[in-house]
Design a protein around this ligand. Structure first.
Ligand code: IMP
Ligand code: MG
Length: 214
């Protein structure tokens, strides 16, 4: 007689746990190489180039593991995440494509404004796994809008990755699977992040001095 085969139920697929570096405890001192004009605007360093590099290496490994070898799409939000995504994608060995969306939430200052799409996606994400990459998660409006857009375009699974997270500022509840650094309510600049389009070129992440806000 044929033996009845008992099928084991498939293990439930749990979403990846958020990976977050320990909270940045103190704002480190500025390197003496920072030019005087920029020095006046910076209150201190949140993450040095070496700390950023190390953390991105860790994030990349984790993302690589989670996304595997099925072709997927990294969608970076312009312009703040450009430096971050350039470094992050180099840590990925699998078959990944890269695209950008332009979303402008800030006018010229530090107050969250209305969302405007300035660049649409070029690649087809239908049926694909997508990782939305942004520089910083603040109120959550930008990320939640972009994730919603990817789902509406038929993405198979959408996850998100931010270099920085300011949980105390959240207005829209938003899940994020990969976080570089969690920070308090500081306005930060450098490594792609701007204040009025300035300071994106700084190789570290610094805190903007309130006196520098006009
Ligand atoms: P959210 O939609 O409020 O989450 O804002 C996300 C966007 O606001 C980011 O992509 C940044 O462009 C900008 N932003 C939020 N906080 C900061 C900051 O501290 N420095 C620079 N840009 C920021
Ligand atoms: Mg941005």
């Amino acid at each position: 007689m044929k033996k009845a085969t008992v099928r084991k139920p498939a293990a439930p697929k749990s979403p990846p746990r958020p990976t977050v570096a320990a909270e940045v405890p103190v704002v480190a001192r500025l390197s003496p190489r920072v030019p005087p004009r920029q020095r006046a605007a910076i209150g201190g360093v949140v993450a040095s180039p070496a700390q950023i590099r190390r953390r991105i290496h860790e994030l990349g490994r984790q993302i690589q593991q989670d996304f595997g070898n099925r072709e997927w799409v990294m969608v970076a939000v312009l312009s703040g995440s450009v430096l971050f995504v350039a470094d992050l994608i180099r840590e990925i060995e699998g078959p990944v494509k890269l695209d950008f969306v332009g979303v402008s939430s800030y006018g010229d200052g530090t107050q969250s404004g209305e969302l405007v799409y300035t660049k649409e996606l070029k690649l087809d994400v239908a049926g694909r796994d997508v990782l939305v990459v942004d520089d910083i998660l603040d109120t959550g409006r930008t990320l939640s809008a972009v994730i919603g857009r990817m789902k509406a375009l038929g993405a198979r699974r959408v996850r998100s990755c931010v270099l920085l997270d300011k949980p105390s500022r959240r207005v829209v509840k938003q899940r994020v699977e990969y976080v570089g650094f969690r920070i308090p309510d500081w306005f930060v600049i450098g490594y792609g992040l701007d204040y009025a389009e300035r300071y994106r070129n700084l190789p570290f992440i610094g805190v903007l001095r309130p006196e520098a806000v006009k």
